[in-house]
Design a protein around this ligand. Sequence first.
Ligand SMILES: [Fe+2]
Length: 276
Amino acid sequence: MQASPTIVAQLTDPHIPPPGRLLAGRIDTPRMLAAAVSHVRALEPLPDLVVVSGDLTDTGHPEEYLHLAELLEPLDLSLVLLPGNHDDPTALAEVFGRPEGAADAAIGWQQVVEVGPLRVVTLDTRVPGEPGGRLGPDRLAWLEEALGRSSAPTIVALHHPPFASGIQHMDGMALADADALGEVIERHRHVVRLITGHLHRNITLGWRGTVVTTCPSTAHQVALDLTGGPARWRREPPAVHLHVWLPHTATLVTHTSPIGDHGPAEPFTWTADSPT
Ligand SMILES: [Fe+2]
């Protein structure tokens, strides 16, 4: 019998408004996050950790974090939150408290979490008042030190992607100092994955000696537009990512699990005369 996998579930960009409101008056992001939470609770096996990778709320108001806490409460699993450009870490800390093992508040909302044989290192890419992200020398120095402390396979979680997606209006608000981050990552070959939010899409690429995956939002998705058109969104299927560490092959495999009712899993019992 193979040893059990270690599973890190990623939810991202729920954009929770105050209670009783829809996002932009049109998108029921609280109902969609509740569906994501039910989806994760129904997984077998349950994840060992859940990471929510930023844009937790829509405007960073304390009332929105209280609403978020209410919606996440049924998860009842180890939970790691990180801020995105729509968040306010002060209001986040007021409701959730500062995380254990977090960096000094002056550095930002950064922490190291041990989960079985894995480590998850979270980064704060937020620049107050700006949609784009930047780490800066202090947060990068913290990362260098955190990655140097252990050679355990490590997932680095951050909100802003360090790559260009081809969706131009989003690439204008990516991570400004991605090259500096890449230099740190290349020095630590035990970084098995970077996981990000912000793009509201399912994207994978090889980057600086590792792999980056970007998770779809639990709510609305950014429209796939490679023509350089204006910012648009779509009601494409929301999903969660499951980052699964397989001990027998020592690899991290990322699965996309679409949220919603897709019917039961059925056995492959086709015969030659089954309908196609
Ligand atoms: Fe977002």
